[in-house]
Write a protein that binds this ligand. Structure first.
Ligand SMILES: Cc1cc2nc3c(=O)[nH]c(=O)nc-3n(C[C@H](O)[C@H](O)[C@H](O)COP(=O)(O)OP(=O)(O)OC[C@H]3O[C@@H](n4cnc5c(N)ncnc54)[C@H](O)[C@@H]3O)c2cc1C
Length: 378
């Protein structure tokens, strides 16, 4: 046997899977078809249900990111809603916003060197009773106890598990970049301005940077070439009122704009024999929930649990599927409610109430109902 597990993909799901399985004493190979870590997309919000399973990254994770205590959503007339994240999650648990690149580097640094083979992808899996044979694009081969597809929303591995499943466009497109922390990007919380079905926002992500995004509600999926990204975003922002237009005009991006459609995906099968799916390969929700990465991290924790319990083989992968399928199905239902709840937050407020003058208890309660179940054991 080449190794106990082959992990296909070195994103959040693949790197966390590798860390968890190595900790069990298993031998793990990770391959990624990219030539280096892919961390496009500016920043990411890690909610406490993700942080609960990232202890292997140590205190460096918290030093690198920025805790987010409040979310302030403002309408064009100045009406603002404040969401108190401590009240949502309970105790002193707060979401942590961090630059994606920093997170990926931390995840890689906590793995033994050479765990990941870059520029390598599998071309065929041949499952047998007690192993899976894998052929790679470079002509190499390997024999593994299990193969774990952590290869993202357009997963190649998925054809061996649930070939029918396919992602679908959710009706909104994202522009993302990071900027230096300087006025007007010098606030301490997660700020969102919304208008006409679009959301523009920013948050500190540590290291003196801010994550900036536009979520544009566009019924038809629009393909945006990178060189057109700023112009398109600015045109949409202009229609969102002077506050957003002013913020967009002041942007001085440190990264190239990353443009991605929001896509939904839910597989019926998570595992087939010795092959299983992890992270976006198995599920994807609206990014507005800021939970896709967290659910991927939860997957890895359950997968490691079941491999420890049943040993490396189909029983462990079937048990993993049994635990994760209902949990993710429930979250997908909550994700659909998320947009409705976001509107309810606004409805809680007295018109004209300025931002930052207190926490409407009603909105925290709504969001507590949405997010708190996620704190239960993955
Ligand atoms: C706009 C937006 C904002 C988001 N914000 C948040 C947030 O704030 N919080 C949160 O928790 N989640 C967020 N998410 C979701 C989160 O980004 C994803 O759920 C997470 O990155 C998925 O990680 P992954 O490892 O499963 O997949 P990916 O990150 O897609 O990684 C897949 C890896 O597999 C590799 N690969 C692909 N195909 C192959 C192949 N055939 N062979 C070998 N390698 C392959 C790729 O190169 C890549 O490195 C957001 C998503 C979007 C689109």
């Amino acid at each position: 046997m080449h190794a106990d597990a082959l992990v296909v993909g070195a994103g959040i799901a693949g790197l966390t899977t590798a860390a968890r399985l190595l900790r069990l004493g298993l031998r793990v190979d990770v391959v990624d078809r990219a030539d280096a870590v892919q961390a496009a997309g500016a920043g990411i919000m890690l909610h406490p249900n993700a942080l609960a399973h990232l202890d292997h990254l140590g205190p460096g994770l918290y030093r690198a990111g920025h805790p987010i205590a409040r979310q302030v959503t403002t309408d064009p007339d100045g009406t603002a809603a404040v969401l108190d994240w401590a009240a949502v999650w309970g105790g002193d648990r707060l979401p942590l916003a961090i630059r994606r690149r920093t997170l990926s580097d931390l995840m890689l640094d906590h793995l033994p060197p050479d765990t990941v083979r870059w520029s390598t992808e599998p071309t065929a899996l041949t499952p047998a009773a007690d192993h899976v044979d894998v052929a790679f694009a470079d002509g190499g081969t390997g024999r593994y106890g299990v193969v774990l597809g952590a290869d993202g929303i357009n997963s190649w591995t998925r054809q061996y598990v649930d070939p029918e499943a396919a992602p679908h466009y959710l009706g909104h497109l994202y522009w993302r970049t990071t900027v230096r922390g300087a006025p007007p990007f010098d606030f301490d919380d997660w700020r969102i301005w919304r208008s006409g079905g679009h959301f523009f926002g920013g948050m500190p992500i540590g290291g003196g940077r801010y994550h900036v995004f536009l979520q544009a509600g566009l019924a038809d999926l629009r393909r945006v070439a990178p060189e057109r990204a700023y112009r398109e975003m600015a045109a949409i922002a202009a229609g969102m009122g002077p506050a957003v237009h002013g913020l967009v005009r002041s942007l001085d991006p440190l990264d190239t704009y990353n443009v991605r459609p929001a896509q939904g995906l839910s597989v019926g099968r998570w595992a087939a024999g010795r092959v299983a799916l992890v992270g976006d390969a198995a599920h994807s929700f609206s990014p507005a929930t800021t939970q896709g990465g967290a659910m991927a991290i939860e997957d890895t924790s359950v997968l490691a649990d079941e491999l420890a319990r049943h040993g490396v083989g189909p029983r462990a992968l079937a048990a993993y599927q049994e635990r994760r399928r209902p949990r993710v199905r429930d979250f997908a239902r909550l994700a659909r409610l998320h947009g409705v709840l976001s509107s309810a937050v606004q409805a809680n407020l007295t018109p004209g109430r300025p931002a930052g003058d207190g926490t409407p208890q009603g909105s925290a309660a709504w969001f507590r109902r949405l997010y708190r179940p996620l704190m239960e054991a993955a």
